[in-house]
Design a binder for this molecule. Structure first.
Ligand code: TRP
Length: 456
């Protein structure tokens, strides 16, 4: 497919919405609270903020540069810029990461469908915290139900990818995003006015630095990459559809701020309730799902709130799965000269297999572990904590080494028509700080830094 035939996003707002749609999803509302709970609270929040600022923003801008400069998919972009070199491995790493992330993401997205169903059928009425937990465990460790929801969610994603109704999605996002903000604000207010709410807020905002170890730092970095959809070419693929007028700098800033805001709102919505209802903050992937029903139970018309919330969460997840699916589909379609429909089908069938195993790993396959991680945990760990930061690091190294600064600056300033006051700061962070920081975090987690200190 030639450059000129590629579709571009319809409007300025459409660009931002689609990219925010990719970034905001289960990563903010499900994964962020669960990671924060497992990693000791506010100390994790601090690491996450720092990673967003010094790694997230530069990597995002660099992905925007590559995507719009080449107008190609994640793997093709590197082939176009430096043909016949190993740099395209960055793109393949990204395509593989997209596929693996979908393999566990769809399971959680399926859980939101179960909760929509429960809200409609009134299954959430008048129960205590223990009962919600028990019912959730019965559901998530089951076989047929969670797999059926996973397949349904994947099917929805598939249909949107092949029918190209992205315009509809863009338009739906315009209503959905503000609504999600609004309902989260309501839930935050309800949550912080519960008994014992202060304890939850302290857990979220008052750092206990004794909790800060290498695994907390790795988790914070992984969460920043996961939440911003960076490190695997998702934003390369999206920005390849941007037009020449798109302001890459403000888009990166807006997406980052909105995404971070949604994560913080999710924290304020969840943690006061976690402490108020005596739920363990370390509950893991189920945290949000066993906490929220209790909050809905404290609101008049609880089932209605619950229904609206989970519909919005499901849609937020859908705009993220679309972006992940698009990375893999665009790659197979454009690089392997397969029709879009066939490419999408291939991706969906592969994800279906991964998703089924992921779902079963909460129940019957729970005891099959690798290094103590179930299949679900393994997919999550390998992608968020290894592949995304590694990809981000290599993206920065690549642009730092192989791209002429003038070309970089011209693209990021739309050929000099918009100013970029912090260009040198950005270039310094992208070329040096980000790759070194990511490298150090990896070495630290592997225990190599401690080991090296032994020599001095
Ligand atoms: N960022 C999304 C979320 O928070 C998930 C996601 C979509 C993603 N595309 C991605 C994560 C690309 C990593 C890479 O839910």
């Amino acid at each position: 497919m030639g450059q000129n035939e590629r579709v571009t996003f319809g409007s300025k707002l459409g660009v931002i919405l689609a990219t925010v749609g990719s970034a905001v999803g289960l990563g903010n509302i499900w994964r962020f609270p669960y990671m924060l709970g497992e990693n000791g609270g506010a100390a994790f929040l601090l690491v996450y903020f720092i990673c967003i600022l010094i790694l997230g923003l530069p990597v995002m801008l660099t992905e925007f540069f590559i995507g719009r400069h080449t107008h190609r998919n994640a793997a093709g972009a590197f082939k176009a810029m430096v043909p016949g070199t190993k740099w395209s491995l960055i793109g393949y790493n990204g395509v593989l990461a997209a596929f693996l992330i979908l393999g566990f993401y769809c399971v959680i997205a399926g859980w939101t469908l179960e909760y929509i169903w429960q809200s409609v059928t009134g299954g959430m009425h008048g129960k205590g915290a223990d009962q919600f937990k028990l019912e959730f465990e019965t559901f998530s460790t089951g076989v047929v139900r969670p797999i059926a929801w996973t397949i349904l969610f994947l099917g929805l994603t598939h249909v949107i990818i092949v029918s190209g109704v992205k315009n509809g999605i863009e338009r739906a996002s315009k209503v959905m995003m503000p609504l999600l903000f609004l309902i989260m604000a309501v839930l935050c207010i309800r949550s912080v006015t519960l008994d014992n709410a202060a304890e939850g807020l302290a857990f979220l905002f008052k750092p206990d630095f004794t909790k800060l170890d290498s695994s907390v730092i790795l988790s914070g970095m992984g969460q920043a990459f996961f939440s911003l959809s960076i490190g695997m070419g998702c934003l390369i693929t999206y920005s390849s559809y941007f037009n020449k007028q798109t302001n890459l700098q403000t888009t990166a800033l807006q997406v980052t701020v909105l995404d971070t805001l949604v994560a913080v709102l999710a924290g304020v919505m969840i943690f006061p309730a976690v402490f108020s209802f005596g739920i363990a903050p370390t509950a893991g992937p189920e945290l949000v799902f066993i906490t929220l029903p209790n909050v809905f139970g404290q609101l008049p018309f609880g089932s209605l709130w619950s229904f609206i919330f989970f519909v919005l969460l499901g849609l937020a997840a859908l705009t993220s799965t679309i972006s992940l699916h698009e990375v893999a589909t665009a790659y197979v379609h454009e690089e392997h000269h397969m029709s879009r429909g066939k490419a999408a089908l291939l991706v969906s069938l592969g994800v279906l297999i991964l998703g089924t195993i992921s779902s079963l790993s909460f129940g019957v396959l729970k005891t099959y572990t690798v290094m103590g991680l179930t299949f679900f945990d393994l997919l999550d760990y390998v992608t968020a904590k290894i592949m995304l930061p590694l990809g981000g690091m290599m993206i920065c190294v690549f642009v730092g080494l192989r791209v002429d600064r003038k070309i970089l600056k011209a693209e990021l300033t739309n050929e000099g028509t918009i100013p970029f006051y912090f260009f040198n700061t950005y270039a310094f962070f992208m070329k040096y700080i980000a790759p070194i920081a990511i490298g150090v975090i990896f070495l630290n987690e592997l225990g190599l830094i401690k080991w090296m200190k032994g020599f001095f």
